[in-house]
Write a protein that binds this ligand. Sequence first.
Ligand code: PMP
Length: 400
Amino acid sequence: MNTRIDLLMDRRQRLLGRNLSVAYEKPLHVVRGSMQYLYDDEGRQYLDAYNNVAHVGHCHPKVVAAGQRQMEVLNTNTRYLGDLILEYAEKLTATLPESLSVCFFINSGSEANELAIRLARAHTKAREMIVLEHAYHGNTTTCIDISPYKHDGAGGESAPAWVHTARLDSGHVVEIIQKLEAPLCGFIAESMPSVAGQIVLPDGYLSQAYDAVRRAGGVCIADEVQTGFGRTGTHFYAFERYGVVPDIVVLGKPIGNGHPIGAVITTRAIADSFDNGMEFFSTFGGNNVSCAIGLKVLEVVQEENLQAHALRVGQHLLAGLHELKPRHEVIHEIRGSGFFLGVELAHEAGAVVNQMRERGILMGTEGPLHNVIKIRPPMPFSEMDADRLVSTLAEVLIRG
Ligand code: PMP
C-alpha cells in the first residue's frame, strides 16, 4: 500500500471530475521533468517514450528561459501591436507550403480544430464534414461531433447528421461524396492517424481524398497536432509524405512544449472569407509569452536538427523492434515513422505498458482495441534510450 499515492487519489476523486483518467495501474506522481526523463516523488527516473507534448524535451532550458524572460517584460493580447507574434508567424509559415500564409493563434488543439471548422464553414457556406474512423480532434462540442473515437464510444451519442465517417481503406471518401445530399464543407484528417493506432495511411489515400473533396467544393484540413514539427522524421509535417497540400493546417501540443498554444494556418482566400465583419479574438491566443515560447520551440527544433534526429533514432528503434518480432508471436505489426511508432499486439497492450512502467519506461496504449503500444517520445530520445526500450520490452514480452 502506497499511502502517499492513495491520499492523492482520494483528494483527486473528491475534487476533480471523475472522468479524468489516470495512467497506469500504479499511478505516477511525477514532480520533475528534464528532457526525455521524468522523476517521481521518490526521485526515481523514468524514461519517457510517450509524451509528445514535451517535444524538444521536458523543461528544455532555452524554452524555459524564453518564457521567463518574456513574463518579466510584458504579457498582453493581440489588440496591441507586437514584434514577437509576427516573427513567430513568419517562422511558422516558412515551414509550410507557400499557399499556407495566414496564422491564427489560440490555446489548444481543440480550439484550433474548432476554429478550422469555422474557417471552412465561412469559406464554403456549407456544413457537411467528412472525418476518418476512430479519429480524435479535441474536447469541445464541435470537436466531439467530428471525433468518432468519442461520439461512437462510451457516453457518446454517435455522429450528428452533418458528419460522415470514412473507413481507412481507399476509395471510401469518394463514395461518401457521391452519396452526399447537401453541399460539402470539408474533410478533416490526421495525416497519420494516431488515436486509431499509429496508422500510416495507404499510398494515394490522402491525394485521392483531397482531390475528391476539392472537386465537391470542400476544403481539406490537416490535423498535425500529433504529427507536426518533425516527429515523423522524414518530413516536417506528415501531410508532406503524401504529396498533398492542405487548405488549413492545425497545430497544437508540441508547438508550445507544454505551454498551451494552438495554431491554425490557412490560405489568404480562406482567411478573407472568415473576415466577414465579426471580430475574431482570443484573450490568450497569441499573447507575448506564448509567442516567445512558440518561437523558441521552433528555433530549438531547427537548431538541434530534431527532425533528422527523429528519423535516425526512429529507424534504429524500428530495427530493434523488428528484431523482436520473430521471437515474440504476440507482436502482430510494427508501424510508423521517426518518433511516431506503434507496436500492434495480438492482445490488449495494457499489461505490457504497466510492466514497462514498473521497469522505468513510460509508454501508452492506443487503437480501438487498445492493443497498440504507442511510442512517441520527446525528441531528444537517444539511441541508447531506444536500445534500453527494446531490451526491456523483450524482457516483458518473454514474461508474458
Ligand atoms: N487533435 C489531435 C490529433 C489530438 O491528438 C488532440 C489531443 N490528443 C487534439 C487534437 C486536441 O488537442 P488538445 O487536447 O490540446 O485540445
